[in-house]
Design a protein around this ligand. Structure first.
Ligand code: GTP
Ligand code: MG
Length: 216
């Protein structure tokens, strides 16, 4: 899988970032979209977004769709069928990924909730050096459940928990095992990242995009 790709995207997907203020949502988005990190950031007000294109393996890829058709078979296809055939012939899909970064501060929650419904995937983030942010994952997951039709991890919205700031090993108060146990209990995926050193950031977003595309 590689990063920015040329050309017209086949699919647009929306990934929403949730979690307490200061856990690193904006930093994760910046690392992924621009490969940058800043030590001091202003808390997000409301919602912000960035776009990044990626190539994702096509779950419906069918090599025989790339073979030329006889003129009569080709003529018998409707425009929709022709379009579908083109889509099936691509080993990789160009996915345009819109990352929606929300404010963790309580006063913005009424605004940010309006964005849950448009999301294909929702990431609830915590900071591995901040126990409160970990305990609040329950709050964020409950919010997803309440404010999406397809929420609750049951299908539709792909949900993931990210434990961020793994570069701060000496300050860590939430173990990887605790993170994994919570995610297992909630039936969602778990990945640990560092927006600062970049570890696992691309992997997390690509995993989400792959899961979204294979559910479509
Ligand atoms: P809100 O916008 O208020 O919801 O916060 P946020 O979740 O967007 O947090 P933000 O990305 O603004 O990061 C808060 C602080 O944590 C900033 O000072 C970042 O530099 C720092 N930070 C974010 N990610 C990491 C990380 O992986 N490691 C370290 N060491 N610091 C990080
Ligand atoms: Mg922010």
């Amino acid at each position: 899988l590689n990063g920015a790709t040329e050309g017209i995207p086949d699919i647009t997907i929306r990934i929403l970032l949730l979690g307490d203020s200061g856990v690193g949502k904006t930093s994760l988005m910046m690392r992924y979209s621009d490969d940058r990190f800043a030590y001091s950031l202003i808390a997000t007000a409301g919602v912000d977004f960035k776009v990044k294109n990626m190539d994702i393996p096509n779950p419906a890829y069918n090599a025989s769709s790339a073979l030329p058709l006889s003129p009569s078979a080709s003529l018998s296809l409707s425009p929709e069928e022709r379009e579908m055939r083109i889509l099936l012939s691509k080993p990789f899909l160009k996915v345009r990924c819109q990352i929606w970064d929300t404010a963790g501060q309580e006063k913005f929650h009424v605004i940010t909730r309006a964005y849950y419904r448009g999301a294909h995937a929702i990431v609830t983030c915590f900071d591995v050096t901040d126990g409160d942010s970990f305990r609040n994952i329950d709050y964020w997951l409950a919010n997803i459940h309440t404010h999406t039709e397809r929420g609750g991890g049951g299908g539709g919205v792909q949900t993931m928990i990210i434990g961020n700031k793994t570069d701060l090993q000496e300050k860590r108060v939430v173990s990887k095992e605790q993170g994994q146990a919570l995610a297992k209990e909630c039936g969602v995926k778990y990945i640990e990242t560092s927006a600062k050193d970049g570890s696992n950031v691309n992997i997390a977003f690509e995993q989400l995009a792959t899961d979204v595309v294979s559910q479509m």
